[in-house]
Design a protein around this ligand. Structure first.
Ligand code: SD4
Length: 326
């Protein structure tokens, strides 16, 4: 018998399916009775492995996905050997390390900082923006002021190594984001906790040798990260301009809402970039990573070489290659 509740649910699903021009694809993972693969945490690139380790401590103890993703991404933020996140990140073309980060929880709360200098843990500042202010995003000096007034310390984030690379780059000053330099990429992390709630975090020093003031996709809710606790979560890495152009992670989550698996959703988003910019897409990297409410996950990228770490009850923190368009 169809109850009133079921009817309302069906009616809502119908509208959602119609609004995406797709009549038969909706099958929300939330409606499925299969056992849920939880807890689970995923993150981008090889530096996701130690980050997952920290996140798993929180998740396996029954903690909140939000705490797990914050604790997780703080690991590469503080690691001077990761040249694309936080401390040790490669600077912009003026030699300044400017950081972007955002975080989103299971209740649609989100916080973000962009173009932030001299603060080691932008993700924690983003979380405070979410929790302590009526705003979602603070940038530049205002974000730094906010951080300092909340007890964060001002630190020099430009390591000797990063400075050396920058000086080397100055010799040619050619701006060309290179595809897949190992360990030189943003960390995006998404997690599902034992309670079945999703959260995500994304943090980066952005593309190296960018223009001073340039902000990428990573702190933009919907572009570098998106979480909808009814459906799933997604995060992105690669050339942020192309991710922003298609509002990538929101797109991936909406595709999952239409019934696509996480991998299909990531593939469709990557294909959109490739179709819009066939020539450019051959020279750049963009990768998406997605997780749905059932704990199913998948990834897709433009070029070979993108990988991501998975930690769950059955997979003890392993790195997987994302499938690629080219
Ligand atoms: C950005 N998406 O600032 C970031 C950089 C990145 O792999 O992810 N690199 O555009």
């Amino acid at each position: 018998m169809t109850t009133r509740k079921d009817f309302i649910k069906m009616a809502t699903l119908g509208t959602t399916a119609l609004s995406f021009g797709k009549l038969n694809a909706f099958s929300s993972p939330v409606e499925n009775n299969d056992p849920v693969n939880k807890p689970i945490v995923l993150s981008t690139w090889a530096h996701g492995i130690p980050a997952n380790e920290a996140a798993w401590k929180v998740l396996s103890a029954g903690g909140r996905a939000l705490d797990a993703v914050e604790m997780g991404v703080k690991v590469p933020e503080a690691d001077p050997n990761v040249h694309s996140v936080g401390y040790g990140g490669l600077p912009d073309r003026d030699g300044r390390v400017t950081l972007d980060a955002c975080i989103m929880d299971e209740n649609d709360n989100c916080g973000s900082v962009a173009f932030l200098e001299n603060i080691m843990h932008p993700i924690s500042v983003a979380r405070l923006v979410m929790e302590k202010t009526p705003h979602i995003m603070l940038v530049g000096e205002g974000a730094q002021q906010f951080a300092l007034s909340n007890g964060f310390k001002k630190e020099n984030l430009l390591t000797a190594d990063a400075e050396k690379s920058w000086k080397e780059w100055l010799k040619t000053s050619e701006y060309k984001p290179i595809i897949n330099i190992e360990n030189h990429d943003t960390i995006g992390m998404i997690a599902l906790d034992k309670q079945g709630n999703l959260s995500g975090a994304c943090t980066t020093s952005g593309l190296s040798y960018k223009m001073h003031g340039r902000v990428g996709d990573s702190p933009i809710i919907g572009a570098g990260l998106y979480v909808d606790n009814e459906i799933g979560a997604a995060t992105a890495t690669g050339v942020g301009e192309e991710v922003i152009r298609i509002v990538g992670c929101h797109l991936v989550v909406e595709l999952m809402r239409q019934g696509h698996t996480p991998e299909e959703a990531c593939r469709l988003a990557v294909e959109r970039i490739a179709k819009k910019k066939p020539a450019k897409s051959k020279e750049i990297q963009v990768g998406f990573l997605a997780l749905n409410k059932k704990g199913e996950y998948g990834s897709y990228c433009l070029q070979k070489g993108f990988n991501y770490g998975v930690y769950s009850n059955s997979i003890s923190n392993k790195l997987f290659d994302g499938k690629s368009y080219y």
